[in-house]
Design a protein around this ligand. Structure first.
Ligand code: NDP
Length: 246
């Protein structure tokens, strides 16, 4: 397949790093954003030690202006973005009756409004070039809901609503838009959950273990090749069988 330019938001995180590696191994030029330059440079060096070159640019996906500048920086350095993975995300968990407006808005801004902020500056170019791949990293908890995560589940369910609308609007322009909904993956986000809660979660997963970041990267990679051109508006669950609904 031709070499494409990919932007993975939150590429320095647990799942993001695996996605960056996979897309690079598929032959693409990959960029991601950082908020802490020192941390990002160390991350970039670790990848380079493994033979993977990744471009890093500053960027906050929760801000429309910063997201636009991030896309412009990637395009200046590599060229127009062909593959976009909206992966950056956060949690601010608490039951809804205790949730502050700040906890609500922070999660909606970072996880859902980011899809507007980052996709809007790349979509017109993809339409003009008649090729694009957009993948949202949502969550099992956007499919089934989760106690203590009304903000997160609302944002993640919203990401798939975004996917299926964008898929319809852009299908004729050679652009596919899909969602990957991961189950519980062994990253910092999940390892921060108290061990006894984690054990209860694992007991609900038919495969009997947490997922690996590479297993989510594989699902993302599935949507990217030329051969995947007929697959759009899909939601691919990668969750060890924990939830088998939409
Ligand atoms: P991590 O916390 O390991 O990584 C999150 C990444 O997002 C980091 O690179 C972080 O950057 C970046 N980020 C956060 N906020 C912003 C922002 N405002 N602007 C730019 N970048 C930002 O999380 P995971 O790798 O575990 O999660 C990745 C995605 O997968 C998330 O969307 C998450 O909701 C989803 N997911 C994860 C699951 C899991 O079990 N881990 C399960 C289901 C879905 P920084 O280092 O600067 O904070």
């Amino acid at each position: 397949m031709s070499k494409r330019i990919a932007l993975v938001t939150g590429g320095t995180g647990g799942i993001g790093t695996a996605i960056v590696r996979r897309l690079a191994q598929m032959g693409h030029q990959v960029a991601t954003n950082f908020r802490n330059e020192e941390k990002a440079l160390a991350w970039q060096k670790a990848l380079a030690d493994d033979g993977i070159q990744a471009t890093i640019v500053p960027g906050d996906v929760a801000s429309p202006e910063a997201a636009r500048e991030m896309v412009e920086a990637v395009e200046k350095s590599l060229g127009p973005v062909d593959i976009l993975v909206n992966n950056a995300g956060i949690t601010r968990d608490t039951t809804f009756h205790r949730m502050s407006a700040e906890q609500w808005h922070e999660v909606i801004n970072t996880n859902l409004n980011s899809c507007f902020n980052v996709t809007r500056p790349v979509i017109e170019g993809m339409r003009a070039r008649k090729w694009g791949r957009i993948v949202q990293i949502a969550s099992i908890n956007g499919q089934k809901g989760q106690y203590g995560q009304a903000n997160y589940a609302a944002a993640k369910a919203g990401m798939h609503g975004f996917t299926i609308s964008l898929a319809q609007e852009n299908a004729r322009f050679g652009i596919t838009v899909n969602t990957v909904s991961p189950g519980y993956i062994a990253t910092d986000m999940v390892m921060a959950v108290p061990e006894e809660v984690r054990e209860k979660i694992i007991a609900q997963i038919p495969t009997g273990r947490l997922g690996k970041p590479d297993e989510i990267a594989y699902a993302v990679g599935f949507f990217v090749p030329e051969e995947a051109a007929w697959i759009t508006g899909a939601n691919l669950s990668a969750n060890g069988g924990q939830y088998m609904g939409w």
